[in-house]
Design a protein around this ligand. Structure first.
Ligand SMILES: Cc1ncc(COP(=O)(O)O)c(C=O)c1O
Length: 471
């Protein structure tokens, strides 16, 4: 102890700690280097253990099957992930958007090891330096350009959205209803499943009738017609429920709904109308956070002026709700035992720092890789997969394509084929469905993208061949 530093700081800055920590990081890097490309299961024993023991037991315990026969070993290398059978695949969905910096990233491992001198968990009554630093890191990146001034760190996207809804309802009391968009996703708690526009996700659950849907932007209609539809539906809800609607909730880029987004003018006109009606503007950026070429999509679309409350999670490695002075809730409304593990809070702060380094803006790494991916998909769609890769869309690190007519079974067939070929992706959309990718752009190169596009082409062609054979 020096008098100017805590014991904890002395420990993690001490020569012996740094040496041991960096040795550990180097050991992980050595192992990681062994899984730096697609490979098949390494032995019949490991295959049998995964297929006949680990997966069946896990699925039995869960009471339902996994989408893919995927059980990660915990190790990876950049965009590659090792599974429990020793096979290695490209991970282009990253747990639906967690690992933007891929697997076994040395900087993030180093950062999580620094948490060895901190409590495992932090929370409302046990905050540590990590929680304070993360919140500051988030607010400092938006406070000069938006009205966002405060925030709350929590454990998952759903919880961040719950807090967003509560603080809005408290401010707008007695108004409590929400206008949301067709095809939106907000999470799976009792309140969020009601906002989520998917009846299958709330089967057997009570619905309280406080959420009203309006259509989102539709490229096939264009700006004017989309706006007319959206605004007419919004006005009709407002007229039917005067004084009862508290918020307009929007994913500026719909995730689960199919990577739908709009031109800036659409958002501006919709938010102007919402503001005129006194609604809070609540943006769910849980999936779009960090991916669209700026930290938040509201920055990408230059909507800073409109946002009252915004939520972020997934690639942050923690979750957060940020809000304006006006929406700062009264004491008692928001608390929680857990705000996250010290390791995840440290990693979240480090993710923000890494993102500052060349990822954003036109010509930034996200923009460049996104364009390369889009060019690859376009080439396939115009070449060997003409009429088979029928649509694709990209905004930064959110990339989706539609195989064939976009029927769910066609998309699933392509996903399973891709999995066999060594690429993990997922789906989105509500019909037509699309193959969804949230790739780890933080660790991807042009060569990776070219290889993945080649595998996508192969998967589509093989599924097309199977379809023909089954006719
Ligand atoms: C837009 C959006 N909102 C909310 C959530 C819920 O987040 P979580 O699964 O971390 O609770 C998700 C998760 O997929 C999401 O994509």
């Amino acid at each position: 102890m020096t008098g100017s530093r805590t014991e904890s700081a002395c420990l993690i800055e001490s020569e012996s700690f740094l040496r041991l920590r960096d040795e550990l990081v180097a050991r992980v890097a050595e192992a990681s280097a062994q899984v730096s490309g697609i490979r098949a299961p390494v032995s019949p024993e490991l295959s049998a253990r995964l297929q006949q023991e680990l997966l069946p037991q896990f699925q039995k315990d869960r009471g339902r099957n996994l989408f893919f026969p995927f059980l990660g070993s915990g190790l990876g290398c950049g965009p590659f992930v090792e599974l429990e059978d020793g096979s290695v695949k490209y991970d282009l969905i990253t747990g639906i958007g967690i690992n933007f910096f891929g697997h076994s990233h040395p900087e993030l491992i180093r950062e999580s090891l620094n948490a060895a001198a901190a409590d495992i968990y932090q929370g409302n009554l046990q905050p540590g330096r990590e929680a304070a630093e993360l919140l500051r890191a988030l607010i400092s990146r938006v406070e000069t350009t938006s009205r966002l001034r405060h925030g709350w760190i929590t454990t998952c996207g759903t919880m961040a959205n719950e807090i967003a809804l509560k603080i809005i309802r408290q401010k707008k009391f007695p108004a409590s209803h929400v206008i949301a968009f067709d095809d939106c996703f907000a999470g799976r708690s009792t309140a969020m499943q009601e906002i989520t526009d998917n009846p299958a996700y709330r089967e057997g659950q009570p619905v309280h009738g406080e959420v009203h849907y309006i259509p989102f932007y539709q490229p096939r209609l264009g700006l004017q017609l989309s706006l007319e539809q959206t605004l007419a539906a919004m006005k009709s809800h407002l007229a039917r429920l005067p004084g009862r609607i508290a918020a307009l909730m929007m994913e500026p880029v719909q995730g689960e709904g199919g990577f739908n987004f709009a031109p800036r003018e659409y958002y501006v006109r919709v938010f102007e109308e919402a503001r005129r009606a006194g609604l809070a503007i609540w943006l769910d950026e849980i999936q779009s956070f960090g991916r669209t070429g700026q930290l938040f999509a509201f920055q990408t679309f230059q909507l800073e002026d409109y946002v009252d409350v915004v939520t972020a999670a997934k690639m942050l490695h923690a979750s957060a709700v940020l809000f304006t002075e006006e929406f700062n809730p009264k004491p008692g409304l928001v608390a929680g035992t857990f705000s996250g593990t010290s390791a995840s809070l440290r990693v979240a702060r480090r993710v923000l720092e890494l993102l500052d380094d060349g990822y954003y803006g036109p010509g930034g790494k996200i923009d460049r890789l996104s364009k390369r991916f889009a060019a690859g998909l376009e080439k396939i769609s115009l070449g060997s997969c003409q009429g088979m890769l029928t649509d694709w869309r990209n905004i930064g690190g959110m990339i989706a394509f539609q195989p064939f007519g976009g029927a769910l079974d066609e998309v699933k067939a392509v996903l399973l084929k891709l999995f066999d070929l060594g690429v993990v992706a997922f789906y989105c959309g509500h019909g037509p469905y699309l193959v969804r990718m949230l790739p780890p752009f933080g660790v991807m190169t042009d060569a990776h993208i070219d290889e993945v596009c080649g595998l996508i082409e192969k998967a589509i062609l093989e599924v097309a061949h199977q379809k023909k054979g089954s006719k």
